[in-house]
Design a protein around this ligand. Structure first.
Ligand code: URA
Length: 240
């Protein structure tokens, strides 16, 4: 990992800010000023900024089954419960990858890995997110083409990528976009109110049977599945 990435991963600041620190001679490696932008500090190197040792915490990512009624932010101006109230204090420096609105439950990822967060939320990668939707009344399948074709939200075409009825009032839908409250607003757009909304999958990662309010660390296999080339092959909606 190049020096600016190393410093950014250690929480010193953005890569650009770290470049400025390197150029200004404020960064030392093993006691010597390092202005070599290609330097790649290893685990045994001592890197300091303004004389203070910096180190990169090992990347750590968890999945949480967020219950409805909790906000995904660290602090809520309306003093509602936050997802951090469900986690041990030692996770207070993790941040969530994307959000679920307060009334939506399900799979939420939290990490200290800024690059992973960027990759999973960047529109370029079009990561699939699957939701279980419970409607206020029976679904009219004739409306599906409107949601698949897309409707305009916030000046852009919001589309549902896949839609599969499970019961008369329950559907599974897949999105590849991340517009604010997209599922709720799209169903409102065709005259429905969503009673329950649960995210059950992000990319290849499934919520599975993780109980509501519980968390677990991702396995190595799951972390590997989040690498960019894994998105070339996307699972289809699964019949439960
Ligand atoms: N769509 C919504 O309406 N809410 C969410 O939290 C996520 C997607």
């Amino acid at each position: 990992m190049r020096l600016n990435r190393f410093l950014a991963a250690a929480g010193v600041g953005s890569r650009r800010h770290c470049d400025e620190l390197i150029a200004a001679g404020r960064v030392t490696m093993n006691g010597k000023v390092c202005i070599n932008f290609s330097a790649q500090p290893g685990p045994d190197d001592h890197v300091k900024v303004d004389g203070k040792l910096v180190h990169v915490a090992p990347a750590f990512t968890i999945m949480l089954h967020k219950p409805a009624g909790f906000v995904s932010t660290r602090k809520d101006p309306h003093a509602r419960d936050t997802v951090f109230d469900l986690l041990p204090q030692k996770f207070s420096r993790l941040f969530n990858i994307g959000r679920l609105d307060a009334q939506t439950g399900g799979l939420l990822l939290l990490t200290n890995d800024g690059e992973l967060a960027q990759r999973l939320t960047h529109p370029r990668y079009k990561i699939e997110k699957e939701y279980e939707v419970t409607l206020d009344r029976s679904w009219d399948p004739a409306l599906a083409p409107r949601l698949l074709r897309g409707i305009f939200l916030d000046g852009q075409r919001a589309q549902i990528t896949q839609l599969r009825p499970v019961t008369r009032t329950k559907l599974r839908v897949v999105l590849r976009q991340g517009i604010n409250r997209q599922v709720r607003r799209m169903f409102e757009g065709v005259g429905y109110r969503i009673k329950h909304l649960v995210r059950v999958r992000i990319g290849h990662l499934r919520l599975g049977d993780l109980p509501r309010g519980h968390w677990r660390a991702l396995t190595k296999r799951e972390l590997d599945s989040l690498r960019p080339n894994q998105y070339l092959e996307i699972p289809r909606l699964r019949s439960e």
